[in-house]
Write a protein that binds this ligand. Structure first.
Ligand code: ADP
Ligand code: ZN
Length: 656
């Protein structure tokens, strides 16, 4: 969720103006305190001098009775008929007793004294009674304080748990089962419009169609069509799904509930389900309206098939969501929009007809899309007049919208640091580099020997790519250390394609092995620098054999396992497992041999490129052409640059 949305919290939906009864507690407290300090009758007079009691009151036989309170002080009651006499008149004692109080030393002394003083007194000895009296307020407090403390701690924890930081109001704690959706309706200002969403024209259209469904359902149902209940936005992170939904909220003119899937998930059992219920209750009240659930995979993950991984709370939440979606007809005018970047892990039940039966896929932007996104994000930036968004788009294959926004921001910061008036191309270039590989580590200490290894390693990749027909074309090779992990990288432009042949995959595998093979050939020993490469080809080899059926011995079999259900029970025998492992090993060994043969053959070129790299640190495709001639298969990729939509980085770990 973005900060923009957080700001909308003020407009929390469905929190009907609650009658606030907290002031009652305050009132009660004030009254109690009032009783303490202002009794309705006059206060007894405090005796300063006990002689007065002894000589005047006792001896005259005025004293009715004495009550010792809490063994601390004595209350003296004067006979009513004596009250009109002195000294009571001047003392202005209260009519109702006690008339005097006196702080006593100890009960024993007091009793003894009293007996002494009364000796020879007029009539029968006066009675002394004892009372223990509690201070109501103090007592109440001593009972309540621990409870209040516990409550306070509980509230504190709850706030932590529910993450409901700055919402204010003491009612939070009672809202744990309430949905945390933000509501945008006519009165809410959403300052995102479709103009802020570059590209994605088809997605925009489809999304608007959904709104149109809501507004004119007759138009569609009269022809017998069915209005979809749920629409799923599918796309990689940062491609603008949330942005699109927000823009829809801004343009739709219907109430729009926005919530993230993770907001449902709570450590308490049953909370998620109750939040779902609450959300739909609110939505039904506001219909026609749209519910947007971001990151729906947080609740929509397939319900576990094995016991070890099951997560009851999440499953309850998901079940409740399914129940709610089935529970209302499309005529109720509630459409659910959800976003995910992992459609593969979603529970199939969610995708069944009558639920999320429509999918809008949001791809990473192509060249034209990137140019438009650049234009959107360049608007608030003071750029040099000659800055070319098209060039920027060319340099950023595979960047998602969020990365482009990031580049623009970085560029502005870099230019500011350099004290420029405008942001120039150079700043953007540096920003792109920074976004690609993390911060450039200018003073990272890397020994000359290490640098040489990295140079030959990267040159190995570059040469393999250059001379393998199906490898992706190179953009640039760099041995400038970046970030904490990468010592160098080679950047390629993959073709836009969804089907790969065995030849292509094999070439990719060889190219990935090129780094290690080059180290092996040149230095006769290998380093840990190839760890990332090896990880990738291992995955690739397993995928080719167990998913794509590209191995003769294993055959046309696929054990695709996106939800990792096979982790504890594999759907094949031990023998098969062994055969797979052997074939993977063989496949990688073959690829490695092929790579070594190729690099041995092109060793002179390898040397040239590695030396150039050591010299210049970064070399581009043009440098390669200048040094070792045109790539023999270039024509095949002539159009690629325009259509590139993905990027491959090489990240290599330092030897530690
Ligand atoms: P997602 O929800 O798909 O992960 P977001 O919608 O949160 O991605 O996108 C993050 C940011 O990237 C947006 O706030 C916006 O600045 C930028 N962005 C992404 N796609 C686009 C786009 N098509 N046009 C303009 N900006 C975009
Ligand atoms: Zn490598």
């Amino acid at each position: 969720m973005s900060t923009e949305q957080n700001n909308q919290n003020k407009n929390k939906p469905g929190a009907p103006k609650k009658f606030n009864f907290y002031w009652i507690y305050g009132l009660i407290a004030v009254i109690l305190i009032g009783f303490q300090f202002f009794p309705f009758q006059g206060k007894p007079v405090e005796l300063k001098n006990i002689d007065k009691f002894k000589t005047e009151m006792l001896q005259q036989g005025d004293v009715n009775r004495v009550v010792v309170i809490n063994k601390e002080f004595a209350e003296i009651y004067i006979k009513e008929d004596k009250l009109t006499e002195e000294p009571y008149k001047t003392d202005k004692v209260p009519e109702k007793g006690p008339q005097y109080t006196w702080t006593i030393g100890s009960t024993e002394t007091f009793e003894r004294q009293l007996a002494e003083w009364q000796q020879g007194g007029a009539d029968k000895p006066i009675t002394v009674s004892y009372e223990t009296r509690h201070n109501v307020l103090l007592n109440l407090l001593s009972y309540l304080l621990p409870i209040i403390l516990i409550l306070a701690i509980w509230i504190f924890i709850m706030r932590r748990v529910t993450g409901g930081g700055g919402m204010g109001g003491g009612g939070q704690i009672f809202n744990i089962g309430k949905s945390k959706a933000n509501l945008y309706d006519k009165d809410t200002k959403v300052n995102v419009t479709f103009n802020d969403v570059a590209g994605l024209d088809e997605a925009k259209e489809e999304v608007m169609e959904v709104v149109d469904f809501l507004k004119n359902p007759k138009k569609y149902t009269s022809l017998g069509g069915k209005i979809p209940k749920g629409v799923l936005l599918v796309g990689s992170p940062g491609t603008g799904k949330t942005l699109l939904a927000k823009a829809m909220a801004g343009e739709a003119q219907v109430p729009f509930f926005s919530i993230s899937g993770s907001d449902f998930v709570e450590m308490f059992v049953g909370v998620g389900a109750s939040r779902v219920r609450d959300l739909f209750r609110q939505a039904r009240e506001k219909a026609p309206c749209v519910i947007f659930i971001d990151e729906i995979d947080a609740i929509g993950r397939a319900r576990g098939k094995n016991m070890i991984q099951s997560n009851d709370e999440r499953e309850n939440t998901l079940n409740q969501l399914l129940v709610e979606m089935d529970g209302f007809g499309t005529d109720k005018g509630v459409i659910i929009l959800a976003a995910t970047n992992r459609p593969d892990v979603l529970d199939p039940a969610l995708l069944r007809p009558g639920r999320f039966d429509r999918q809008i896929s949001i791809d990473k932007p192509d060249l034209a899309g990137r140019e438009q996104i650049f234009k959107v994000h360049l608007k608030p930036i003071k750029v040099a007049p000659d800055l070319d968004a098209h060039k920027l788009a060319l340099q950023t294959p595979g960047f998602a919208g969020a990365d482009i926004a990031n580049v623009c921001n970085e560029a502005a910061l870099i230019a500011a640091r350099r004290g420029k008036k405008f942001v120039e191309m150079q700043d953007f270039n540096d920003a792109v580099d920074r976004v690609i590989g993390g911060l450039e580590k200018k003073n990272k200490l890397i020994s000359q020997d290490e640098k040489k290894i990295v140079a030959y390693h990267e040159a190995g990749h570059a040469i393999c790519g250059w001379y393998l027909e199906h490898a992706d074309p190179l953009v640039k090779v760099s041995i400038v250390p970046r970030g904490i992990a990468a010592l160098g990288y080679a950047q390629y432009l993959p073709k836009e394609q969804y089907l790969y042949t065995t030849e292509q995959l094999t070439d990719m595998m060889c190219m990935t092995l090129g780094g290690r093979a080059a180290e092996d050939i040149i230095f006769g020993r290998i380093s840990t620098g190839a760890q990332n490469d090896l990880e990738r080809i291992t995955k690739m080899a397993y995928a080719m054999i167990t998913i794509y059926g590209m191995n003769e011995r294993i055959g046309n079999i696929s054990f695709n396992d996106p939800q990792q259900d096979y982790r504890f029970s594999k759907p094949y025998s031990e023998q098969m497992a062994q055969a797979i492992d052997e074939e993977v090993k063989k496949m990688i060994a073959n690829a490695y041999n092929r790579t070594k043969v190729l690099l041995n053959e092109k060793k002179p070129q390898l040397e040239i490129i590695a030396k150039e790299l050591l010299d210049k640190e970064i070399i581009f495709k043009a440098d390669m052409e200048r040094l070792i001639g045109q790539r023999p298969f270039e024509e095949k990729h002539a159009e690629v640059e325009v259509k590139a939509d993905a990027i491959v980085f090489e990240e290599e770990k330092t030897a530690e």
